[in-house]
Design a protein around this ligand. Structure first.
Ligand code: ARG
Length: 493
């Protein structure tokens, strides 16, 4: 009774079976509806208005004076993907970066350059910048006493009274930041706003003063700390003995700035999983401070990527620079591309190989849950068959080449459907739910996996159903191919 009168337009039959009621959908009708909806909504198909919040997504956060390494691609891609998913679901998203342009790593670099490399010209070369940092770490490990010199530089940089030192900092900082911008362009991401660690220092000191006054923070062995053992979160150090600010205290200032300046509803941090304790300590301290939005902060841990031969870290210098990595992968992609298209021009080859490489890498990273460690295997990521970016792009290209061969007709008629067509229609109809699920779980891998399954189903359809010249089936099949291409595009986006 409550269902009302089911329309004979939609259902072929309705039967009761035991305690169930089975509805039999009119497949032809449904297929027409799904395809019409996709072709009408185009790039908007799958969007929904789940939430209309102002959400800040902070991601990428590379440190100046250090390498942007291969591992940074994961957080950068994940952040961008989450931002798009949030937007697709109705939110107003602000993409922000928080670059580490001050602190001990910067002091180490400046110290090492001044002391051992000052005869070298400052070069606009990532590899060189990274190498100075690696050298600093090496020297400091062999002689611990040298750390005192670094501490002095750190203090001096924070006070900002030494003009020559400030200038060197500014100049080298800019080299790193410019290099990062190139990378963001290549990865097709952008930021609406940049925060820097340097600009947090003053506010951090003010907040720490306040925490001391309120007796939330204490002095222990000369350092300023918060004892969080009660919460099973250990001791959080805010200031060093020499009163210079630590990463921790700067994050207190950042949280405040984000909410006060941008009036956001939610703040998402996409950061390496190894910083889990730090973020729990941060959120707990914000709560203790009485910061009313502490519950609106969310940490998304990003697990690491390794190569089959092990871990990378920019401290020991075993890391692979982003630029080197991309160059290698692109060389590899060129071979595969050339095999498939022997007449391709050099320029087009470079362009296409880079696009395929970036797609392959992003897909390889995003198809996994952010919490899962990944071992990057080049041959696996770059395979043109299988669960890979190149395979999915290939399906897209295949659909495009069918559509290129004919003039698109506006109208179509659904004839008797075979199983492969039905499978494809069903899968297309699920896209809005898939998006909603990725949004609720803040997990892009749900959409990535969907895109692969969709491509597979399309390929099965393509092999068993001729499209062009299939007479009375042609108009619908063409519309189905176009729908597929649209939905695949939306999900890859
Ligand atoms: N720059 C930091 C690092 O490389 C990550 C910053 C993460 N964001 C934050 N608000 N703490 O470790």
């Amino acid at each position: 009774e409550n269902i009302g009168e089911p329309s004979s337009e939609e259902f072929e039959d309705i039967q009761t079976k035991g305690s169930y009621i089975n509805f039999f959908i009119k497949r032809k009708n449904m297929a027409g509806l799904v395809v019409r909806e996709i072709l009408a909504k185009k790039e908007h198909y799958g969007k929904n208005k789940l939430k209309k919040e102002k959400v800040m997504v902070e991601f990428s956060q590379a440190n100046t004076h250090k390498a942007f390494h291969f591992g940074h691609i994961r957080g950068t891609s994940l952040g961008e993907s989450l931002a798009r998913i949030l937007e697709f679901c109705g939110n107003n998203v602000i993409r922000v970066n928080y670059q580490g342009d001050s602190g001990m790593h910067v002091a180490k670099w400046i110290w090492c350059y001044k002391k051992y490399h000052s005869s070298e010209k400052i070069k606009n070369d990532e590899a060189w910048i990274a190498s100075i940092y690696v050298d600093a770490v090496k020297r400091l490990t062999t002689n611990e006493k040298l750390q005192e010199e670094v501490d002095a530089i750190n203090k001096s940089l924070e006070e900002g009274k030494d003009n020559k030192l400030n200038l060197l900092w500014k100049k080298t900082r800019k080299l790193s930041l410019d290099a990062f911008e190139q990378i963001y362009k290549e990865l097709n991401t952008h930021f609406d706003f940049y925060f820097f660690e340097k600009e947090m220092e003053k506010d951090a000191l003010r907040i720490v003063e306040d925490l001391l006054a309120k007796k939330i923070a204490t002095i222990s062995d000369g350092a300023t700390i918060i004892d969080l053992k009660k919460y099973n979160l250990g001791v959080w150090v805010l200031l060093r003995k020499d009163k210079t600010v630590l990463y921790s205290a700067k994050d207190l200032a950042l949280a405040e700035k984000k909410f006060n300046r941008y009036k956001i509803d939610r703040s998402i941090y996409v950061v390496g999983a190894e910083q889990k304790l730090h973020f729990y300590q941060l959120f707990k301290t914000l709560e203790l401070m009485g910061f009313s939005q502490s519950k609106k902060c969310k940490y998304i841990p990003v697990s690491e990527i390794r190569f089959p031969w092990g871990k990378m870290s920019s401290r020991t210098g075993e890391n692979v620079l982003y630029s080197e990595f991309i160059k290698q992968i692109t060389e590899f992609a060129k071979k595969g591309t050339k095999e498939r298209d022997k007449k391709i021009s050099q320029k087009e080859l470079e362009k296409r190989a880079l696009k395929i490489s970036i797609a392959a890498i992003k897909y390889f990273l995003l198809k996994q849950h952010p919490n899962k460690n990944i071992i990057f295997k080049r041959e696996e990521a770059m395979n043109f068959d299988g669960d890979t970016g190149p395979y999915i792009l290939y399906s897209y290209a295949r659909a495009s080449s069918i559509l290129k061969k004919v003039k698109q007709k506006r109208k179509f008629e659904v004839r008797d459907l075979n199983e492969k067509e039905i499978e494809l229609v069903k899968k297309l109809s699920l896209f809005p739910d898939v998006v909603a699920s990725a949004y609720k779980n803040l997990n892009p891998s749900i959409i990535a996996n969907y895109s692969y399954q969709l491509a597979q189903i399309f390929n099965e359809f393509y092999h068993s159903c001729p499209v062009i010249g299939s007479e009375e089936h042609e108009s619908f099949r063409l519309a189905l191919v176009e729908s597929f291409r649209q939905v695949l595009k939306n999900s890859l986006y």
